[in-house]
Design a protein around this ligand. Structure first.
Ligand code: UDP
Length: 196
């Protein structure tokens, strides 16, 4: 896939349709531990001073560009951004297609209650969407094993992780090989917006 590298971080430069196709290829694969993350200008700056976060982005199967700051950074390196692929715009499209294909979604993150409210709203909007689990994002290190068990028992195709940058990327990177999920994706503050 065509990529652009800004501040040493490669991200894909593709259309929204191509991004959705790539995400669903990971979800439909027989066995994968794919990870996908988003970067905006703030993330790119944080990564400069955070080697583990930087590495987590490099190790991701795909990094998607989010926000006008990335478009400006692209222009500076002589490229033009095909699409701003932010999570807020992509997420409803992902849910719609997951519902159509019978794929399984798990929501991990945000304060207690937020993912539950979001799940209720999603079920109203996408009645066929299979939400196979929800878990808040304040379980601490001691709760990690239990949370991983809960996720693995639910067998999600997509695990959305909303625990903030860079905590969510570090968490996914650290535990991706224990997670029986097709695709784990960091989505930042998405649950807070979606539950409103
Ligand atoms: N959060 C969490 N666990 C933590 C810290 C934060 O689940 O240990 C959640 C927080 O409740 C919020 C999200 O992570 O829903 C972070 O949102 P924010 O908009 O700050 O993140 P960003 O989009 O800037 O990464």
């Amino acid at each position: 896939r065509p990529t652009v590298t800004v501040l040493g971080l490669p991200f894909v430069n593709i259309s929204r349709e191509e991004a959705l196709e790539a995400l669903f290829d990971y979800m439909r694969a027989p066995h994968t531990n794919a990870t996908v993350h988003f970067i905006n200008a703030h993330c790119a700056n944080v990564a400069q001073n955070h080697p583990r976060y930087y590495q987590a982005l490099l190790n991701a199967n795909m990094v998607l560009p989010d926000g006008s700051g990335v478009a400006i950074a692209c222009k500076r390196v002589g490229e033009s951004l095909v699409a701003n692929l932010n999570g807020t715009d992509l997420f409803p499209l992902i849910c719609e297609q997951m519902a159509e294909e019978g794929l399984r979604l798990f929501l991990l993150g945000a304060a207690p209650g937020v993912a539950d409210t979001m799940a209720d709203k999603l079920k109203q909007r996408f009645p066929k969407l299979e939400i196979v689990g929800v878990q808040h994002g304040f379980f601490g290190t001691t709760g990690t094993d239990q949370v991983i068990d809960k996720i693995n028992e639910a067998r999600p195709d997509l695990l959305c992780v909303a625990m903030g940058v860079p905590h969510q990327e570090l968490w996914v990177e650290r535990y991706r090989h224990r997670l029986k999920v097709k695709l784990a994706m960091g989505v930042g503050g998405l649950f807070d917006f979606s539950a409103e």
